[in-house]
Design a protein around this ligand. Structure first.
Ligand SMILES: [Ca+2]
Ligand SMILES: [Ca+2]
Ligand SMILES: [Ca+2]
Ligand SMILES: [Ca+2]
Length: 337
């Protein structure tokens, strides 16, 4: 609890003291300190108050002129530092005007020396800003690791993330990471950015399946399906073959006179073969259908014709020999007569 000391002074009313804008404040807070001054003796009073912390002057504020029995609040803003502090407000300059017009200044024995008010205050830190100073707080950094445990583990009681890797001491202890080492597994990725702080080979888990991306890639390679056989490229319309079977001779005849003639020739060819009359076979048909003439069925009629010719020639020869013999015999008989 703050303790106040009052020094007699014409400025400060008996029992007055320093007050603060917050009942409890900590290091780093912005605090306004107040002190009440009163003129209870002179026609008018004005002056300056100096503010001190542990004898170091931190600033000053003027007041007045105050009429008889008039009071005023003098304030000064302050950012406290840590520790046991003595905070003082002291009158550093005074000017009093008496009823008879006499002016008294600082140092005049009638006015007296400058008085002061001061207060002792322990200013604590509140690291986790929970309104409880570290001296009374069992877990100064609110990382759920008590100050006593922090001593045991060697972690800082005022740093929730002792090693600064992005993970609190509590989380690292719970997961067996090292709360004193930024990169537990030594893969050059800090624990807070490493999806696997205990696995040197893994750092990321892109699909959140709790399996590292490197292991995922290896598994994918092992289970790789055989490459697909490439599908034949579609043939462009211009290169597609014309489907002849769908075109009938009748259709061709209807479309083109030339086609009609060719069809008629084919019909004539067929009838000539059936009748075995070579003279009636058009020359064009012989050239176009050599393969057909070479078949046994086509060759058979030709052999028959050759045999017939041979027989005729043989018979004619025999007849000629017979006639020649008869005429020879008659000629010899006539000569012998
Ligand atoms: Ca605290
Ligand atoms: Ca703690
Ligand atoms: Ca950490
Ligand atoms: Ca760590």
């Amino acid at each position: 609890m703050p303790a106040s000391v009052f020094a007699a002074d014409p400025v400060f009313a008996p029992g007055s003291s320093l007050t603060f804008s917050k009942g409890t404040f900590f290091t780093g807070d912005l605090i306004r300190m107040y002190v009440i001054v009163v003129n209870n003796k002179y026609k008018q009073l004005s002056g300056t108050l100096g503010f001190y912390v542990n004898t170091e002057k931190i600033g000053s504020s003027n007041f007045g002129p105050l009429n008889f029995e008039q009071a005023a609040e003098v304030a000064h803003d302050w950012v406290p530092t840590y520790g046991d502090l003595t905070i003082r407000a002291e009158s550093t300059n005074l000017t009093a005007t008496k009823e008879d017009g006499t002016v008294l200044t600082m140092g005049n024995p009638e006015l007296g020396i400058g008085g002061y008010v001061e207060i002792n205050y322990f200013v604590d830190r509140d690291t986790d800003k929970d309104g409880i100073g570290n001296r009374l707080d069992a877990d100064d950094d609110s990382d759920n690791v008590a100050d006593e445990q922090e001593k045991e583990f060697g972690t800082s009681p005022i740093l929730a993330d002792t090693d600064g890797d992005g993970l609190t001491d509590r989380l690292e202890l719970d997961r067996n990471y090292n709360p004193l080492k930024t990169d537990t597994d030594g893969d050059s990725v800090p624990d807070g950015k490493d999806a696997f702080p205990l696995d040197l080979r893994e750092q990321t888990d892109s699909n959140n399946n709790n399996v590292g991306d490197n292991a995922d890639k290896e598994a994918a390679l092992k289970n790789k399906p055989p490459p697909e056989t490439p599908k034949p490229k579609p043939v462009p319309e211009k290169q597609k073959p014309v489907l002849q079977p769908s075109v009938t001779p009748a259709a061709l005849a209807a479309e083109s006179p030339v086609a009609s003639v060719q069809t008629q020739e084919t019909v004539l060819e067929s009838s000539a073969e059936a009748d075995a009359v070579p003279e009636e076979v058009p020359a064009s048909a012989e050239i176009q259908d050599v393969s057909e003439l070479q078949t046994p069925e086509a060759l058979a009629p030709s052999d028959n014709r050759l045999n017939s010719i041979k027989k005729v020639v043989l018979i004619a020869g025999l007849i000629s020999l017979a006639i020649a013999f008869v005429f020879g015999a008659l000629w010899l008989k006539k000569r012998s007569h």
